[in-house]
Design a protein around this ligand. Structure first.
Ligand code: MGD
Ligand code: MGD
Ligand code: MO
Length: 580
C-alpha cells in the first residue's frame, strides 16, 4: 500500500475495486464507515451488491472479468473530461502519450457491452474520484485472482498518477493483503525472486551481501528466480520437482483444480508439511512437522500498510510442537548448516541489519502496542504512513511509468454445457482452508458444511432449485455438493462459492489458469453448471457421511503419525485422494 489504513479515514474519496472489506477485513471496513461519516464519497465497483455498496455514493455492478476494459474506460473518461493533472503528469511521470494510445480506444460507450455500466455513471464516478482533494483506490482479490491481474494493477496505478491522487498524504493506492501476515511473508522474502527486504536474488550485490552475512560461498545462493507455488503440481508431474516442503499452506483445499493437484502431488518422492492442524494436504505428507500456533509463539506481523507489530505468546506449546523457526533451525543444522538463534529478537535483528528499509524497526519500538511502518531506514526515523510524497517514485529518475494494456477476456468463458460463471470469494465466519475456524464449535454453529452457493433467483428457478436446497455444482474439472442460497445481490449468470468448504469444495471446479507474470490463479472466473438434487433426504445423509468420513480420516492420520512418525502408508494416500 502507498497509504496507511488509519489514513483511509481522512481520505475524501475511497473507491473500492474488487474488495469486500466488511467480510474480509472488518477493521478496514470500519475505517471506511468512519471516512463516510466524515463526508467522504464512496465508490464501489464490484459485480455484487457488497455491504459497502449500501453506503456508496455510486455502486457500479460491473460484469465479472471486465476489469481492464472498465478501468481503461474510467481513465478515458478522466482525460476526455479534462480531469487529469497535467502538472503532475509532466513533472512526475513518463509515457503519457504512449499510454493514451491504448486508453483513447476505450470510451465508456465502446465498452459498455463488456462492462455493463452506463457511460454517464462512469463519467460521474470519474469526476468524483478525480476532483476530490484526496482519493484512494482500494483493491483486493477481485483484481488479483484474474488472468490480467498485474495488468489491472498497472492500470489502477496509472489512474492515480494521471490525476495526481498519489504523492500526497491520504491519497494513493491501497492493495490489501490477505492474512494478517501475507505482507510479512513478502517482507521476509518468502517469494521465489526476492531476499528479505525486497532485494532481488538476481542482484549480484544483494547476493554477495547475504552470502557474506550467512557465511556461505557465493555459489550456494541461487542467482535466478525459483518456482512459484502454482508451478509445483505440474513440475512434480514432469519429474522436475522431487521434494516439496509445504509450510502453512493447504493447497489441496486452496489451490485451483484440486483433484488434479492431488494426483500431481502424489508423484513427489518426498512431501513434507509443517502445519498446526491435520488437513487434506498433511494427510498426503510423508513427514509432518507440528508447529505452534499464533497463541503459542511470538514474533512480528506486518499489516497490509507496511506496519510491523510485535505479538507475544499467550500459552506455552503443547506436546511435541515446536515454533516454526525452531523447526527450520533444527532441520538446517541436521542438513549440515548449523543455525542457532536464542529467540525471535535475534532473528529480527539480523533482518534489520540486512534490510535497509526495515533497519529502524526495533523490538523496543514495537514494545506493547508500539509499531513501526516501513520504510524506516534509521533508528530515529518516524516511519512512513504515506509513500512517494512529493511525487518521488522508486524508479531511477523518480518518475512513475504509466502503463496501459488492452483488455482480454477471461480464459474459460461460459458455453452451452457450462453456462454459469463461477466466482469464488470469502465469507465472514470462516477462514481460508478452514483448518482453524473449522475446528471452532462456535463458528461451526454460524455456518457449516457444505457451505453455500449463491445463485440468482432466475437462474435457480430455471433449474428447479429452491432456497436452502442441496445442489450439485460441476465443471470440466470436478464437482462438489453445496447449499443453494437465492441471492438478488449478485448478477444473473454468475454463481458464488466460498473456498472454505471441504465437502462443498469449489476448488474441485476451478480452473488452473494463471496470470503470466505473477502466476496467480484465475480463481474469480471459470465456467460451471449447477443441478438440482431430487432426493434431498438422501443428499443430507450423503453430506453427513462424507463429512464424517473426512474427519475420521484426518483424525486417524494424526493418530498414525504418533505411532510411526514420517511413515504414512500408501493406503492413506489413496484414501486421501478418493476424498478430494
Ligand atoms: N472472514 C474471512 N476474512 C478473510 C479471509 C477469509 O477466508 N475469511 N481471507 C483473507 C484473505 S487470504 C484475503 S486475500 C482477503 C481477500 O479479501 P477480498 O479481496 O475482499 O476477497 P474476495 O471476497 O475474494 O473478493 C473481493 C471481491 O471481488 C469481487 N469480484 C469478483 N470478480 C470481480 C471482477 O471481475 N472485478 C471486480 N472489480 N471485482 C470482482 C467479488 O464480488 C468480491 O466482493 O480476505 C482475508 N480475510
Ligand atoms: N477458489 C479460491 N481459492 C482460493 C482463494 C479464492 O478466493 N478462491 N483465495 C486464495 C488466497 S488469497 C489465499 S491467501 C489462499 C489461502 O490458502 P492457505 O494458505 O492454504 O490457507 P490458510 O487457511 O490461510 O492457512 C494454511 C495453513 O496454515 C496453517 N497455520 C496456521 N498458523 C500456522 C503457523 O503458525 N505455523 C504453521 N506452520 N502453520 C500454520 C493452518 O492450519 C492451515 O492449514 O487461498 C487461495 N485459494
Ligand atoms: Mo489471500
Amino acid at each position: 500500500m502507498s497509504v496507511s489504513i488509519p489514513g483511509m479515514e481522512q481520505a475524501e474519496c475511497i473507491m473500492l475495486f474488487g474488495y469486500n472489506p466488511s467480510a474480509s477485513h472488518p477493521i478496514v471496513a470500519r475505517r471506511i464507515v468512519k471516512a463516510k461519516e466524515k463526508g467522504a464519497k464512496i465508490i464501489v465497483c464490484d459485480p455484487r451488491v457488497i455491504e459497502t455498496a449500501r453506503i456508496a455514493d455510486i455502486h457500479m455492478q460491473i460484469n465479472n472479468g471486465c476489469n481492464v476494459a472498465f478501468l481503461n474506460a474510467f481513465a478515458n473518461s478522466i482525460v476526455s473530461q479534462g480531469l487529469h493533472d497535467q502538472k503532475f503528469i509532466e513533472e512526475h511521470t513518463n509515457g503519457f502519450d504512449e499510454w493514451w494510445e491504448t486508453i483513447k480506444n476505450y470510451t465508456p460507450e465502446s465498452v459498455q457491452h463488456i462492462t455493463g455500466i452506463e457511460p454517464e455513471v462512469v463519467h460521474e464516478a470519474a469526476r468524483m474520484y478525480a476532483t476530490a482533494k484526496t482519493s484512494i483506490i482500494g483493491w483486493g482479490m477481485g483484481v488479483a485472482q484474474q488472468k490480467q491481474n498485474v495488468r489491472t494493477v498497472h492500470t489502477i496505478a496509472a489512474i492515480a498518477c494521471i490525476t495526481g491522487q498519489i504523492g500526497k498524504p491520504n491519497a494513493g493506492l491501497a492493495p490489501v493483503r490477505g492474512q494478517n501476515n501475507v505482507q510479512g511473508s513478502c517482507d521476509m522474502g518468502m517469494l521465489p525472486n526476492l531476499y528479505p527486504g525486497y532485494q532481488k536474488v538476481t542482484d549480484p550485490a544483494a547476493r554477495e551481501k547475504f552470502a557474506k552475512a550467512w557465511g556461505v560461498p557465493l555459489e550456494r545462493l541461487s542467482d535466478h528466480d525459483g518456482y512459484k507455488l502454482t508451478d509445483v503440481g505440474h513440475l512434480a508431474e514432469e519429474g522436475k520437482v522431487h521434494a516439496f516442503y509445504n509450510f502453512g499452506e493447504d493447497p489441496l483445499q486452496t489451490e485451483p483444480d484440486a483433484i488434479d493437484l492431488a494426483r500431481q502431488l502424489g508423484k513427489l518422492d518426498l512431501f513434507i508439511c509443517q502445519d498446526i492442524f491435520m488437513t487434506q494436504t498433511t494427510m498426503l505428507a510423508d513427514v509432518i512437522f507440528p508447529g505452534t500456533s499464533w497463541g503459542e509463539h511470538d514474533g512480528v506481523f506486518s499489516a497490509s500498510d507496511r506496519t510491523f507489530q510485535r505479538f507475544t505468546a499467550a500459552v506455552p506449546p503443547k506436546g511435541e510442537c515446536k515454533h516454526d523457526w525452531q523447526i527450520f533451525q533444527e532441520l538446517s543444522t541436521r542438513m549440515g548448516y548449523p543455525m542457532h538463534y536464542d529467540d525471535t529478537k535475534q532473528i529480527w535483528d539480523e533482518v534489520r541489519e540486512l534490510c535497509p528499509t526495515f533497519y529502524g524497526a526495533t523490538y523496543e519500538k514495537m514494545e506493547g502496542v508500539g509499531h513501526a511502518q516501513w520504510p524506516i531506514p534509521t533508528i530515529e526515523h518516524p516511519g512512513t504512513p504515506d509513500m512517494f510524497l512529493g511525487g518521488k517514485f522508486t524508479t531511477p529518475d523518480n518518475r512513475a511509468i504509466l502503463m496501459s494494456h488492452d483488455w482480454e477476456p477471461p480464459t474459460e468463458l461460459p458455453d452451452e454445457e457450462y453456462p454459469l460463471i463461477l466466482c469464488t470469494v470469502r465469507e465472514v465466519g470462516h477462514y481460508s482452508c478452514r483448518s482453524m475456524t473449522g475446528n471452532c464449535r462456535a463458528l461451526s454453529m454460524l455456518a457449516e458444511e457444505p457451505g453455500e452457493i449463491h445463485i440468482h433467483p432466475d437462474d435457480a428457478k430455471a433449474r428447479g432449485i429452491g432456497d436452502g436446497e442441496l445442489v450439485r455444482a460441476y465443471s470440466r474439472r470436478g464437482e462438489a455438493m453445496s447449499r443453494a442460497v437465492l441471492d438478488e445481490r449478485i448478477n444473473k449468470g454468475t454463481v458464488y462459492m466460498t473456498y472454505q468448504w471441504w465437502i462443498g469444495k469449489c476448488n474441485n471446479l476451478t480452473l488452473h489458469a494463471v496470470d503470466d507474470r505473477s502466476h496467480t490463479p484465475e480463481d474469480k472466473f471459470s465456467a460451471c453448471q449447477v443441478q438440482a438434487i431430487e432426493d434431498q433426504v438422501w443428499a443430507e445423509q450423503r453430506l453427513e457421511e462424507m463429512y464424517n468420513e473426512l474427519k475420521t480420516d484426518l483424525a486417524s492420520t494424526a493418530a498414525a503419525q504418533d505411532i510411526e512418525p514420517g511413515a504414512v502408508p500408501a493406503s492413506q494416500v489413496k484414501r486421501a485422494m478418493s476424498i478430494v
